[in-house]
Write a protein that binds this ligand. Structure first.
Ligand code: ADP
Ligand code: ZN
Length: 433
């Protein structure tokens, strides 16, 4: 099923035309309503009339998270305060939160794009869906909530916390779908097992997972343990919240709601646009937003746009899974390392729980990387030789993937802190001094 075939399957030329029209309108709107953009455009000697088609987007200035912070709290708001009906804030994973105001129409579009996502996962009006992203200033909870309601499934606003009670509800109410972070899904699987329940006691069939990077191996792990199919759900508060892009039944790249959010991939150093297929920084322009529209917002998320048609019939462009944020990229002895690379290696080995932590430090002027990982109970041994062998097996694999050596620290099951929201997988002690 496709929620809005008119928009999700629009012929490419027609889509570009629509995007062009919307961009022209947007540029004129921000020029007249947001002094920040007017000044930026004036500095560049650019007027709204210079934007005639979507190709002209490259002429426009970028917006960064720093711009949002400099104009805290409402400096980039375009709509008058009387039109704003809700305010959210980014979760502040990497600094001070940024504030986003929504008009009534913004909220309707948000519900629309969330409904498209849920429908692509196979959710129908007959499903009962638990929203286990945090409710509150974070966009995850309320964003998913109104999407579920809008498409006519039943929403259970479980939020996070009290996982045992939540699991009993999942069982007793025959909950069929869940929206949460992949880390929380994993935690839910653990608690299920700890409570003596199995996936067969639950009716879960669809998971909408996002808000943090996750690997294909993580997907397999969660799918097996919870007995559902897990789909990617991507979004960020500055642009809207969850529902910016979504996977279809192919589970191969996430379709971007590009009639509302226009994507570009740029080289984060030169800021030049990169050709389709190359990995770089994802940039979005909000084509229809009223509350806080943004021109060419630099997300810091690293991915590529995918070429070619999708067998599902949708024509809107897909993006690859996010490798991580440029902020999350660790530079260790001059080599770039992403936590997702470590995750891939660990989840391929049956000896380990899918729980790990990277500890980066500097000793004698040399960067060090320690990878802590939980050994599954069945593989824990009193025999030192066995454990050393396991340690070596993992460090060899890490070395071949990362190109640097890491010190492996094997820890007991359940010793690494679990997360109900976005998990924290890195401690960089170099930043603490
Ligand atoms: P914060 O920047 O404070 O975490 P948000 O709560 O708005 O703000 O989170 C948005 C960010 O979360 C995205 O920019 C991205 O880094 C991450 N994210 C969201 N969904 C996904 C996803 N499906 N895969 C990977 N990362 C995601
Ligand atoms: Zn598809």
């Amino acid at each position: 099923m496709i929620w809005n075939p008119n928009k999700e399957c629009m012929p490419r030329e027609q889509m570009r035309e629509l995007q062009g029209k919307r961009l022209q309108k947007l540029v004129s709107y921000v020029y007249h309503n947001v002094p920040f953009y007017r000044h930026k455009m004036q500095e560049m000697d650019l007027s709204p009339e210079d934007i005639r088609s979507i190709d002209d987007i490259v002429k426009l200035p970028f917006t960064t998270k720093q711009d949002l912070r400099d104009n805290y709290p409402y400096g980039l708001q375009a709509a008058p305060a009387s039109e704003i009906v809700r305010v959210h804030a980014s979760s502040g994973t990497t600094g001070n939160p940024t504030i986003v105001g929504y008009t009534r129409r913004d909220l309707a579009i948000w519900s629309e794009v969330m409904s498209r996502s849920l429908t692509a996962y196979g959710v129908t009006r007959h499903d009962t869906f638990s929203v286990s992203y945090g409710y509150g200033l974070f966009t995850g909870g309320l964003g998913a909530h109104y999407g579920v309601e809008n498409m006519g499934a039943t929403v259970i606003p479980a939020s996070t916390g009290n996982t045992e009670k939540h699991l009993r509800l999942i069982r007793d109410l025959n909950i069929t779908g869940i929206a949460c972070t992949p880390s929380y899904a994993l935690y839910l699987a653990e608690v299920t097992e700890r409570m003596g329940l199995s996936k067969d006691d639950l009716s879960l069939r669809i998971g909408a997972f996002g808000a943090e990077p996750w690997t294909e191996n993580m997907r397999q792990e969660i799918q097996q343990r919870l007995g559902l199919k897990g789909y990617n759900l991507y979004g960020l508060s500055e642009i809207m919240g969850p529902g910016v892009s979504y996977e279809c039944e192919e589970q191969h790249g996430s379709h971007i709601n590009e009639d509302h959010f226009f994507p570009e991939i740029i080289d984060p150093d030169t800021l030049e646009p990169l050709p389709v297929g190359q990995t770089g920084e994802l940039v979005f322009t909000t084509l229809t937003k009223e509350g806080m529209p943004l021109l060419r917002y630099r997300t810091k998320d690293l991915c590529a746009l995918m070429e070619g048609e999708c067998p599902c019939g949708r024509t809107n462009v897909r993006m690859t899974p996010i490798m991580g944020r440029s902020d999350d990229m660790l530079i260790i002895r001059g080599i770039n390392v992403f936590p997702s690379q470590v995750e891939s290696v660990i989840l391929e080995m049956k000896e380990f729980e899918p729980q790990y932590l990277l500890v980066v430090d500097r000793k004698n002027n040399l960067d060090t990387l320690e990878v802590q990982v939980e050994v599954r109970r069945d593989f824990f041994s009193d025999d030192i030789g066995t454990m050393l062998g396991l340690k070596k097996k993992l460090s060899d694999k890490l070395k071949s993937v990362l190109s640097i050596s890491a010190e492996v620290k094997l820890v007991e099951p359940n010793s690494i802190q679990r997360s109900e929201g976005k998990s924290k997988r890195v401690i960089d002690k170099r930043k603490l001094v």
